[in-house]
Every structure is written in C-alpha cells, then in structure tokens.
Design a protein around this ligand. Sequence first.
Ligand code: NOJ
Ligand code: MG
Length: 539
Amino acid sequence: MTEELPWWREATIYHIYPRSFQDSDGDGVGDLQGIINRLDYLNDGTEHSLGVDAIWLSPIYPSPLKDFGYDVSDFTDVDPTFGDLATFDRLVEEAHRRQVRVLIDFVLNHTSDRHPWFLDSRASATSARRDWYIWRDPAPDGGPPNNWNAVFGGPAWEFDAATGQYYLHSYLPEQPDLNWRNAEVVEAMGDVLRFWMRRGVDGFRLDAVGRIAKHPDLADNPVNPAHVPGGPEPPFLIDHNYLHPDGTEMVRAVRRVLDEFPDRVAVGEVYAPLRELSHFYGAPALDGLHLMFNFQLIRKTPSAPFIPWNASSVAAAILEAEEDLPSGTQACFALANHDVPRFITRHDADGAGEQRARAGTLLLLGLRGTPCLYYGEELGMRDVPVPPGQAVDPVGRDGARTPMPWDGSPGRGFTEASPWLPFGPPAINVAAQRDDPESFLSLVRRAIHMRKGEASLRRGSLHTLRVVDDSVVVFTREATGARPALVALNCASLQREIDVEPRFSRLLLASASGVELVDAGHGARRWRLPALSAAWFVH
Ligand code: NOJ
Ligand code: MG
C-alpha cells in the first residue's frame, strides 16, 4: 500500500510573474483575466498542456510599484492593473477546475510606506500602530541606530523628521519592516492569510521570511575585516537582521493559521545554506513551514556569485539537500526566478546555455523535492536587454521579467498595446515550439508528464549520488512498489560514458539526441551521454 502524501509533496509548481504572463485589457501589462485565458496552456488535463499542478503568482496586491508589487499597500485587495477580487475568485475557480492549485505571494517582512498601517505608525510617536514597525531613536551622533545595511544598498534605516526617529527597512526605504515581535502584527497578518484562504487560495510563498526575526537588541553587525568594497567578502561576519532563530516561532504562528484550513501549503523564501534555514521546518514536530526553497543551484546567499554549472557544485547542492534537511521534509528546488538572470543567461558564456538549460530541466524534475519552474524557462527564454530609458526595477532585474512570448507576432500574443517591458527575439515563442517534438517546450512538457507517471521520480527517495569523471552527476530515485529511475547529468562539454546497474537498461527521456547504450556486458550497462545532456533511465 502506498502512503497518501499531501498534494504539495508530489506537485510541480509553475511561477507566474503576473505583469508578464498575458495582457487581456490592452494596457501592455499582464493581468488576472490574462492568466485565466492561458490556464489551458498550463493544464488542460491532457498531454498537450504542460501539466503543472500549481501556480504561484508573484504579488497582485495594490502597490506603488517601488519594488514591483513587493511593496504592498493593501494586503486584501487586487491592484486594478491586474483586475479585482471577483476576477481573482474566477481565476481560483478556473484553476481548480483544471486541478491546478493557486499559491500567492505573502509579503510578510514589510509593507509599502503607503500602507495605512505605516501611515498610522508614522503619524506620531504615540500612534496605536507605532510599534507595528521598528522605530528607534538616532544614535548619539544623530546617525542610524545601528550599522545594518539594506539589501538594496545604503543604510537599513530611514530618518523620519516629524517624529525624530528612524524606521528599519531591509529593502527600499519605501518598504518599512513590520515588527513580528508585536502580537497585533502577528494577528493582523494571520487575518490576511485567512482572507485569502477563504477565497480558496491553496498556499503562500513567504517572501523574505529569513528577515522577519531581527536580533532583539538590534545589535551592530560584526564588521568583516576581510571586506573590501565591491569585493567578494560580505561586509559583515554575521547579519543580525537575517535568520535569527526566533523566526522559527514566528513561522509556527503562520503555520497555525494555515492549519485552520485543510491542505494548505507554505513555502519559505530564504537564500542560505540549508543547514541555516532548516529550522524553519519546525523539526522535529515539523510544525513550521511545509517547504523551503532550495536555491543552492542558483546561489548560496543573496549576494554570492551564481553557482557554476559543473558536476561538483550540482552534486554538492543535492548532497546538502539530502544531508541537511530535517528528516521527513523536502525542498522546493528552483533554477530561476524573477530576482536573478534566467538560467540560459547565467550559463551561456560559451553559447551552450540552452543545452545546459534542457539538461537542467531533467535535473530539476528528477530531483527529490517539489520542483518550481519559472514562466518562460520552458521556452528557453533568455534575459532581454532593457534599454536604460525603459528600465523600471531599482536593482536591475527587468531582463528576467519580460513578457511571455505566445507567438511570433509584433505583440507576441501577449498584448495589443506596447508591452511594459521589451520582448526578446521573435523566434522564441510558444506557437513555434508547441508542435515541434524536438523543442524545449516539448521536452519540458514530456518531463513533467513522465515525472507524474513515474512514482519513483515523483516521490521516491534519492540514493547512490556520485560524480563520474568529474563531470557526470548520477543518482537513483526509489519508491516502494515502483520501478526505480536513474538520473544522469553530464556537465562536461564533451560526451561521457557511465556504467550503471543492469536494471537501468532503458532510456526514458533525454535532453539531447545521442544517448546510447554502448555496452551491455560485464554485469553493467554502459551508456554514452552527449555533451551537456541529461537523461532518465528505467528498467
Ligand atoms: C524577495 C522577492 O523575490 C524580491 O523580488 C523582492 O524585491 C524582495 N523579496 C523584497 O520583497
Ligand atoms: Mg492588462
């Protein structure tokens, strides 16, 4: 008998950046009705569609757009650019009709400085909501209360002349941090979760959850003597505004609210080695977040360099996930998102980024955990150069957020108007790839459906991880009552041969042509893998 797992343990998640998926009202910006119109692409119940099980929408709340929706001015409404609550309800209904769950972003570390809570908090030092944010007197010299820096640069403190105090902002000055040590904040944010769950939302992606607990004393960060401005070393040895252990209790409070409703999921966003974020799962009771993103195939920390595509880095990331996660948990793996350059762009120095991306897809969907795919990656989208006059994001992430190309027409099937960000080359689009069995889209579609049909890949444990010839990562996936699968990823720019157990005698799927059985003798199977390819094998 196979154990019934919660839906999110076996799901494939698709991450939508709503401004860029589909415009339905001719303003050049994607919207909720647009997403509804494209749901059949994501899952129409047949193998013609991608077959994803859930979508996660980046923020759709009213926002002054200083940080493109991550500065929320109302947690319980939809920005008119995207539609309204009635359209949101229809989106949930239409998604559910297609067995697609809906996750939304829960931006819990901060609000917009236009949020009524902050307007009230800043109105006077004695406002009822003063303590909902983090206010401190200036240092004796009149400067910021401590040496913390904002993620987006500059000090993490902004002076408010009217009340003579500074407020803390981990990101932009227009994104004041909420005070999660204040019980009223916890309660109010719990009500936000309830509001959306009553509307049928299946889960939340917890934005910047690693920052909600600050060091209670707001102590100075110890300065790193090795740091040189612009150099690789971080400015601080410890960041007291990141990953404080009190965060575990705070996410438990979030979890208790989710548990008021059946089958909901919380996915945490933190860039850190898994060892440092595993406490968010609430082990051993596992009463914290259900899933944490694993960004170890992207970068180790928010400011670290991108992970190179080689066997030792990839194997280390997988090994870490197996060794450092609390038992009974799994990660949510991602190869791309709206904060980093697209996969191909990160791995294209020699022009072979697309081959790596195709192989990366089979890795992502072959790993133990919940895979999360960023929109457009299934087409091999690259970052689109955005001319300075058109750039809108304060920290340069526009290139990875450009509109989804549905066809090769001037508006790419995305809009009738001029798009809010430029399109990439017309050749990369859904229509051009849909019926081509060799296309990137066809590969991703096949991989998602095969994973669904292969219990070992969907839910199996991961075994015998090894690196062959410094270039091929190999591991097996095994689930009770199901045939095992073997995943092999060749990171080398040359073909490689690997010897595997005879039970892996059949090729299930490959990212490139030319995977061949070269020898079936000697009690092993020897497979040849083309350069930069990946493959799945079964019996
Ligand atoms: C992480 C989000 O993914 C990013 O887009 C945003 O700028 C920061 N958190 C702040 O909310
Ligand atoms: Mg629109």
